[in-house]
Structures are given as C-alpha cells and as structure tokens.
Design a protein around this ligand. Structure first.
Ligand SMILES: Cc1ncc(COP(=O)(O)O)c(C=O)c1O
Length: 378
C-alpha cells in the first residue's frame, strides 16, 4: 500500500519524521474533525442531541470489540487509561495471603505497580527476566508459575525492547492451570492483529493514544464475561448500574455488561475522537496495517544489523517483532544521538537506554531512510 494515500490524514508527515507511535501518536485529520464537530455542536446546541452522542459511543464499543475479536461489545468498558484498568483487576480479585502474580521484569510501571501495591496483603510479585538468554522467554514465565499463582500479567509487546510475546502459548497454559491471564495490549492494538478468544485472555487493557491514534484519557477494558461478576468493583456511581437513567430508583445493582466498570459520565469528547481514528484503521484493515508495520520493522532491523556501529536491542526473529525497533550506537550515547535526531525533525524516544523508533503504517519509506541515514552518518 502506498503511504502517500494517507498524506491528507497525516499532514505532519510533510515536515516531521514521526517515529513515536509507541509513545504518544498524532491523530489522523478525521479525529480532529470529529472533535471540532463535537465542539461546534456543543456551542450551538449543547447536549440537546445526547442520544446521538451515545450512538457514537455504541459504535466505538463495536469498533473496539472488532479490534480484539471479543465475543460482544457488552464485554468492553471505556475507562480513562491502562493503569485504571489494571488497578481494577488488582483490586477486584479476592486475594489470599500466599498468592502470587507472575509478570515480566521489563514491564512498564503501569503493569507492575498495581501488583506491587498488593504486597502488604501477602501477595508476592514474581518478576521474570524475559530477555536474558532463555531460549523460550514465554516458558520462563510459565516456569515461574506454581499452585499459588493466581494471575499472570504481561504486555503483549514490551515497551522498551519491542519484544512481542506468544500470547496464545501463555494463555493456553493459564487456561489449563486455572491462572487468570491479564494482557496490557497498548503496544499492540491498532498496530498488530490481536485475538482475545485465541489467546484466552481474561483481561485486556489499552489506552488509545499510541497505535490506535486516539487521544489520551480513553481506554479499552475487556473482562471475560464468564468471570465479570467475580471481580469486586472498586468505583461506584449512577452510570455503572443496570438502569442508569432511572434516577429515582433506590435499589440498584451493577450493570450486567462491562459498563459496571464505568462509574460516572462518559468521556464523550474522547469517544468521538477515538471512534474517528479507529474508523481509519478499520477502513484499511488491521491485517493490512499489521503487514505494513512489520515490514517497516524488518526494514529498519535489517539496516541496523548490517551496520557495525549499531547494536540492535529489539528482536531479530520475526515472530517476536512488533512496531518497535530499539538500538544503540556503539560510539555515541543514546542521549547524544537522540538530540541530533530531534534537531533534524525526527520524533522518537529513548527507552531502556536505547533509541526507540516506532513508525506506523502511514510512515513514508523515505522518512525511514532519512532517520537511518542520520544514525549511520555519525
Ligand atoms: C506497556 C505500557 N502500558 C501502559 C502504558 C501507559 O499507561 P496509561 O494508559 O495508564 O497511561 C504505556 C505507556 O508508555 C506502556 O508502554
């Protein structure tokens, strides 16, 4: 697919080499237009057409359902960020002292701190080095599980190294051993295929502001419907009840659907923006997006491997590759290289001491070449 097709949606690509979709992504033009239209509607009509806005919210749940292949849009709650969803899981399970949770030692703090916060209750957190020499990193996680493991929590793609784990392998093991499986999918959704049914995840969480090209402050939270009622709720309000618009009603119960995790008024501004962004990704098709993202990665990886001054920090094996490519320069500090790239209009990040590139499907190939030229010419 020719990336110039998307020039109108991403005008920033004319002047900026944006390689930071694993950080905070730009919006496509249609997301900005949706927000402008929403704002204009507010200015002229207030909330007089609220039911129309709720239609967009319903559409968004369905778009998110499709993105993860969930059984029903009722399985999707809209939260404010990934950390909130992971905290709901941490606070919602009936832990006993002596239980343990298995995570990777390379997790982003959002997927470590909610579990560590359970330690005063006698829950141990086992942090497993994924990337240091184990021939099958997933097996290292599974080997750390025992009869007291209640939950295994992992990012589908590690934020610094870009390492993509085999979710189906881990999920199948968890399912067979009665271990709950929680996936932070923020570095996958919008970039790569994801199938919650195939990987048997009980929980999936992801904010919108990375590969989904949405705004910050709106996140997908999926809970397997078979265990939804077992999760103790930790936030309460009118909106999470079964009959949210019956304000006079004194008896209430949590909504049957995943809306039970949404305590109060929805973030309809975020809903409009994200729905527009996802409409673009669905138009292209996640399978096609995924192919382009992985092609970008192998293109960058091949060049880095061939250049003796550069040390690849992300996986060389295609099965573990994602949208993230990390590397170090053997003769220059990453900070120095980062400053040079920044001065030349390349937006990227330093993570784990390495330069992290994360282009998306619309990134023109000549921009990858320019960024590579800047790192190889020094
Ligand atoms: C793996 C991972 N999880 C979560 C987050 C962000 O969490 P939140 O949506 O709570 O801001 C990031 C951001 O870099 C991330 O890389």
């Amino acid at each position: 697919m020719d990336p110039s097709l998307w020039r109108d949606e991403f005008p920033l690509a004319k002047a900026t080499i944006y390689l930071n979709h694993a950080g905070v992504a730009p919006w496509p033009r249609r997301a900005a237009e949706a927000v402008t239209a929403f704002a204009e509607h507010n200015v002229h009509h207030g909330a007089s057409n609220y039911s129309h806005w709720l239609e967009t919210e319903r559409r968004l749940r369905e778009q998110l359902r499709q993105l993860i292949n969930a059984p029903a849009s009722d399985d999707i709650a809209l939260l404010k960020n990934t950390s909130e969803g992971l905290s709901f899981v941490a606070n919602g399970i009936a832990w006993s002292a002596g239980d343990n949770i298995v995570i990777s030692a390379e997790e982003f703090p959002s997927n470590r701190i909610p579990w560590e916060a359970l330690q005063p209750r006698g829950v141990a957190v086992r942090q497993i080095e994924l990337l240091h020499g184990h021939p099958c990193p997933e097996q290292a996680l599974l080997d750390a599980c025992d009869g007291r493991t209640r939950l295994l929590a992992i990012s589908s793609v590690q934020y610094a190294s870009g390492f993509r784990v085999d979710l189906d392998l881990i999920g199948t093991h968890c399912r067979n051993h009665g271990i709950l499986f929680c996936v932070d999918a923020i570095q996958t959704l919008g970039a790569l295929n994801f199938d919650v049914s195939a990987c048997h995840a009980d929980f999936v969480v992801a904010d919108a502001h990375k590969w989904m090209l949405g705004p910050e402050g709106i996140a997908l939270f999926y809970v397997n419907s078979a265990i939804r009622e077992e999760i103790t709720l930790s936030e309460f309000g009118w909106h999470m009840t079964q009959d949210p618009n019956d304000f006079d009603r004194k008896d209430w119960r949590p909504a049957d659907s995943a809306r039970r995790f949404e305590c109060g008024s929805p973030n309809l501004l975020g809903v409009h923006a994200l729905s527009a962004s996802l409409s673009l990704l669905h138009e292209i098709g996640i399978a096609a997006v995924s192919r382009i993202v992985l092609n970008n990665t192998s293109y960058l990886t091949d060049t880095i491997i061939q250049h003796s001054d550069l040390e690849l920090r992300s996986p060389a094996q295609p099965a573990h590759q994602s949208g993230i490519v990390s590397f170090r320069h053997r003769r220059h500090l990453s900070e120095t290289l980062y400053r040079k790239l920044h001065a030349e209009g390349v937006v990227c990040a330093i993570r784990g001491g390495a330069i992290r590139f994360s282009p998306h499907f619309y990134t023109p190939r000549d921009q990858l070449d320019r960024a590579l030229e800047l790192v190889t010419d020094c």
